[in-house]
Ligand binder design. Structure first.
Ligand code: CMC
Length: 426
């Protein structure tokens, strides 16, 4: 007989089925719990809650494993390309050469950005944070693409994904140009997706050249960021989309969720922290002690993860890539040495060992972005650009599997019923 979980409440016994995933995940399906027993579960931060079944990304936090559609991240980072990984996430299989060619062509066919979107961009002050600008511009695309995307029509979904992916790198590059008061560069359909993005970001005159070390490092970084199952921003995309809000509005919510320093914003926060450590000084142990002190708000940014209780596999790849890229570009960065020393001290510290706090993807990614010439405030935008195909895949899967509207319950702990008191009697 299949395993069941039994709950005893008020002398009554209730049984709930076990649901197993293909990689050994085990869960208890409590979808009938409230109807049968009157109970709900209480799980702040959803630390123990599976919000859905998903076929997109698997991660094993204990072993430090990550796979997209069954393919280990190490193999994809070494052998694949971001454009191919986008297809894999969205369509479920690696593309044939013809499918890949069509996918790339379709993305290139959607580079037109309405002039009014440029006007919205121009209305922002140049000191606006690029993540806020990007979230706004992404949401504004709804106005220029008012037809709802039907997730169950494959062609409709395919084109909607390509349209959004195509526009996002333009908007990301333009956001950077605008904040630096530089002229906007037009997309160039002769270039690959990453080359085009890089050129739109950095071309200032005819002497501009594409540096292939930088292009391939960016390609790898975007692959590593492409999906990470039910994280905060993917859950935001799914939750917003579950009300049948449009694709662009849902993705805009994902960008806002990613912005926070506990999530994607950590890559910017890590560099700011390392710069602060460098300028304030006082020795690395002082900062590790601050991070351990519960009366101090300081945390070691780039350390710890909700799911990984081992080294984040993405951090391993990025740390090695940071070494390679800095070497190839001939860049010496004291911040990288500082990061390595800080990691070494933290990993030997009882506090970090006990809590299984390891460097995460954001610990070294900012260091590579710096070496590639990407400014601090654009780091999280780079994360968003990488995560976009993951968000769209999560949205598509959520709609195609007819997920109900996301609507958690609560345990109310406020005032009990009381009568209204007129203002002159208070
Ligand atoms: N520095 C110091 N202490 C930490 C840190 C840290 N970076 N991270 C966790 N802890 C402690 C925390 O204080 C708690 O201690 P105690 O058990 O004594 O109360 C324990 O470790 C468990 O932490 P938590 O905050 O309950 O864990 P969580 O799963 O709610 O939070 C996290 C995960 C990533 C938000 C957290 O580790 C953190 O704030 N890290 C720094 C920010 C960061 O690097 N974020 C990027 C995450 S990776 C990119 C992405 O995918 O979002």
């Amino acid at each position: 007989m299949a395993d069941k979980v039994k709950i005893t409440y008020k002398d009554q016994e209730f049984e709930y089925p076990i649901v197993e995933g293909t990689m050994g995940d085990v869960s208890v399906d409590i979808s009938k719990l409230r109807g049968e027993s009157g109970l709900i579960t209480l799980d702040p931060g959803y630390k123990n809650t599976g919000s859905c079944e998903s076929k997109i990304t698997f991660l094993d936090g204990e072993k430090g494993k990550l796979m997209y559609r069954g393919y280990p991240i190490e193999q994809l980072a070494e052998k694949s390309s971001f454009i191919e990984v986008m297809y894999l996430l969205l369509e479920g299989e690696l593309p044939t050469a013809r499918q890949l060619e069509r996918w790339e062509k379709t993305i290139k066919s959607y580079t037109y950005v309405n002039d009014r979107v440029r006007k919205i961009l121009n209305a922002f002050p140049s000191n606006a944070h690029p993540m806020g600008v990007l979230a706004t511009l992404t949401s504004s695309l709804t106005a220029f693409n008012p037809k709802a995307v039907d997730p169950n029509k494959e062609e409709d979904m395919y084109h909607a994904a390509a349209r959004l992916i195509s526009k996002m790198d333009i908007l990301a590059a333009w956001t950077y140009r605008k904040s630096n008061e530089l002229e906007l560069n037009e997309p160039d359909s002769n270039l690959s997706y990453i080359e085009n993005f890089y050129q739109m970001m950095f071309k200032n005159n005819d002497k501009f050249e594409l540096n292939q070390t930088i292009i391939s490092a960016l390609d790898k970084l975007l692959i590593l960021h492409a999906d990470h199952e039910q994280n905060c921003s993917a859950s935001a995309v799914r939750l917003v989309g579950s009300s049948h809000a449009g694709l662009f509005a849902s993705i805009s919510a994902g960008i806002s969720a990613l912005w926070g320093p506990l999530h994607g914003g950590a890559n910017q926060a890590v560099i700011e922290m390392l710069e602060r450590i460098q300028s304030d000084g006082g020795g690395l142990q002082k900062w590790v002690d601050k991070a351990k002190n519960k009366d101090d708000e300081f945390r070691l940014m780039g350390f710890g993860h909700r799911v990984y209780k081992n080294m984040d596999p993405r951090a391993k790849i990025i740390k090695k890539a940071a070494d390679d890229v800095l070497g190839q570009l001939g860049v010496e960065d004291e911040i990288l040495d500082l990061a390595r020393d800080l990691e070494a001290i933290a990993l030997k510290d009882e506090y970090f060992i006990e809590r299984k706090l390891y460097p995460n993807v954001d610990f070294y990614s900012g260091i590579i972005y710096r070496a590639l010439g990407i400014p601090n405030e654009m780091f999280t935008v780079m994360f968003a650009l990488g995560r976009l195909p993951g968000w769209i895949s999560q949205w598509k899967e959520m709609r195609q599997t007819f997920q109900p509207i996301g609507r958690p319950r609560q345990v109310y702990t406020g005032a009990q019923t009381r009568n209204y008191v007129p203002i002159d009697e208070r």
